[in-house]
Design a protein around this ligand. Structure first.
Ligand SMILES: O=C(O)CCC(=O)C(=O)O
Length: 345
């Protein structure tokens, strides 16, 4: 009934993923039957786990493919996301909030999907299910749902190009279960208690999540991030037909080994549907159309801080601020002062 899948059984290296940690990694439990009592006792809200093959008779099986979605939802407006995990000038937090562009599903397929837009993916997309609520009938998440029932629940749609990824973060989602429909995803998990080893970028949650600058699919530089050596890493290759449960607070980064399609069912206290207040969707809506103005104001502010404020302040006389202009987006990014110190600036 249960198998413990080890990362060694899955040839992740051929898919282009280098391990974040080379030793001491663990695997995620995989169940081939839905034993609710056992799962509630030992796993739900405690650690991630997978149900394998349990969704094989859901209507989605054999029905949802990329062409079908393109035909059903081509005119739905979404905000796909571009993440370059190797970028030195833009953190994951920055990219998660700003590197999104409004377009239709049709345009995403025509221009971004399997067409050299390898860093692009559609993530946590609720718009598809809002525009086409009948699509929810193809899923039977309520049969395997073991989360809170007093919180609103939503379906989110995900598509990723092969080689696209999501950086290391922990969500404020109270409960999530994801059905993998097509392709394989390499997941890396770190328990909530290991937060202090992951160099979280902000003191609190931003945009409904907490973010880390570590690229765990490359070999993390332990001279720069020594505490990462103490983190416990769990690896999983999520396969078509798998349902993955991710408890609240577990850190994760995800790499699409193939073109991938997934749908997850979430209970979120502060989700896009219930408040929308802290979500990237809200921030992006707000910025839409005024992005250039904002960048201009940001620039003026940085100029002020860099050149005007230091005059007359003796403690600041020797300090210098560096701003980087990203070639793709024109966005301004200022390294943190400790990064500059590390660079000897
Ligand atoms: O499936 C993915 O690509 C990422 C999923 C994720 O980050 C999440 O569910 O929070």
């Amino acid at each position: 009934m249960m198998t413990e899948e080890t990362i060694n059984n899955n040839d992740t290296t051929t898919a282009g993923t280098a391990p974040g940690k080379t030793a001491g990694t663990r695997s995620i439990a995989i169940f081939t039957e839905f034993d609710e009592a056992l799962l509630r006792r030992d796993y739900v809200d405690k650690q991630p786990f997978v149900l394998r093959g349990v969704a094989s008779d859901w209507p989605v099986s054999g029905k949802w493919d990329y062409d079908w979605i393109r035909k059903q939802c081509g005119d739905t407006t979404i905000r796909p996301y571009c993440f370059n995990r190797k970028s030195k000038s833009q953190s994951y937090l920055f990219q998660a909030v700003f590197n999104r562009t409004k377009m239709t599903i049709e345009k995403f397929f025509a221009e971004k999907f399997q067409k050299g837009g390898s860093l692009w993916s559609i993530k946590e997309c609720h718009e598809v299910f809002e525009a086409h609520p009948e699509l929810k009938e193809d899923f039977q998440f309520e049969d395997v749902y073991m989360g809170p029932t007093d919180i609103p629940r939503a379906h989110y749609f995900w598509i990723g190009n092969a080689d696209s990824s999501i950086g290391l973060h922990a969500d404020m989602v109270i409960y999530s279960c994801m059905l993998q429909i097509h392709g394989r995803k390499h997941w890396k998990f770190y328990p909530p208690a290991d937060k202090e080893y992951l160099y979280m970028e902000t003191k609190g949650a931003i945009d409904g999540g907490m973010y880390s600058p570590l690229d765990v699919f490359s070999t993390v530089d332990l001279t720069e991030y020594p505490l990462f050596a103490k983190a416990t890493e769990f690896n999983l290759i999520l396969q078509p037909g798998d349902i993955l449960y991710v408890p609240n607070g577990w850190w994760h980064a995800v790499y699409s080994m193939d073109a991938t399609m997934s749908v997850n069912y979430v209970a979120e206290r502060c989700n896009n549907i219930s408040t929308g207040f802290l979500s990237a969707w809200w921030i992006n809506d707000y910025l839409e159309g005024s992005r250039l103005l904002l960048l201009y104001l940001l620039r003026q502010m940085l100029t002020f801080i860099t050149y005007i404020l230091p005059v007359g302040s003796s403690s600041n006389k020797n300090k210098k601020t560096e701003t980087l202009l990203d070639n793709d987006t024109g966005a301004v990014w200022t390294p943190k002062s400790d990064e500059m110190e590390a660079k000897g600036k």
